[in-house]
Design a protein around this ligand. Sequence first.
Ligand code: MG
Ligand code: MG
Length: 299
Amino acid sequence: MSGAAEPTLYERALGAYLGLAVGDALGATVEFLTPTEIRQQYGELRDIIGGGWLKLRPGQVTDDTQMSLAMGAALLESGAWDLPNIARHWLAWLKSKPIDVGNTCRRGLVRFGRDGSLEAPFSDGDAGNGALMRNLPAILFAFRDAELLARCSIEQAHVTHHHPFSDAATLCISRMIALLLQGGHWRDNLRALRGLAKELVETHRQFRFEPYPKRATGYVIDTAQTVLHAFFRTDSFESCVVTTVNLGGDADTTGAIVGMLAGAYYGAAEIPARWLKKLDASVRREIEHQALALVALGA
Ligand code: MG
Ligand code: MG
């Protein structure tokens, strides 16, 4: 990072969106495995090869990327923040029989389909990472306005996930990515990102990620700890995402989230070409379109 020119806004936006998809596609291979199982089966997983419990084609993405693309499509269709349209796009996605859906997402969308309500009631069981993993289109749209960013992030989250830990992690990671989209020098950015992570930990001690507790599950605390640990301990896009997914657990989702963050930090040019080549071509095209259009929509 230190020697290269800082990425432009579009390189950061595209880096975040492509980073999400390649993190998802890479991590899905080892979702639900332990680090030991990964070592035994793959050594270190560094290439997008598909497989995993979902038996994916190499480069195929899962719900993390698909729910993001559905939100992005809804935003671009409406030309404004339009939560009912986002929920409608998610419900249509659910009805398309996707390869994978989280339980809390499914429950929330079924509720929306039944009664049209846009907010799940508070539930202790809603502290999964499903709201955090899909928020990037809202960030690309709203990153210039802190208040709008917070409102959009929480509103989209509460359609399915209504829990203070989910809210806190979603806001923290969203603010980190928003900060990067505003540009700035890498050294100042790193300091500011550290500050945002510290704020999260000070508000909810449960998020403390140093020392790393070595749990990478879909519980949003474990997910956020894994993402923050890997991001601050690595110095390239590739090492960041490889480190993350090799911790196993909810590896497609930790990979997707760290991929957005690292993509916004390092820029699209730092994403390994061999990963982009493997990524499903229609997903890649749609991401390239949405990343530019969402940034323009919010301007
Ligand atoms: Mg997934
Ligand atoms: Mg997952």
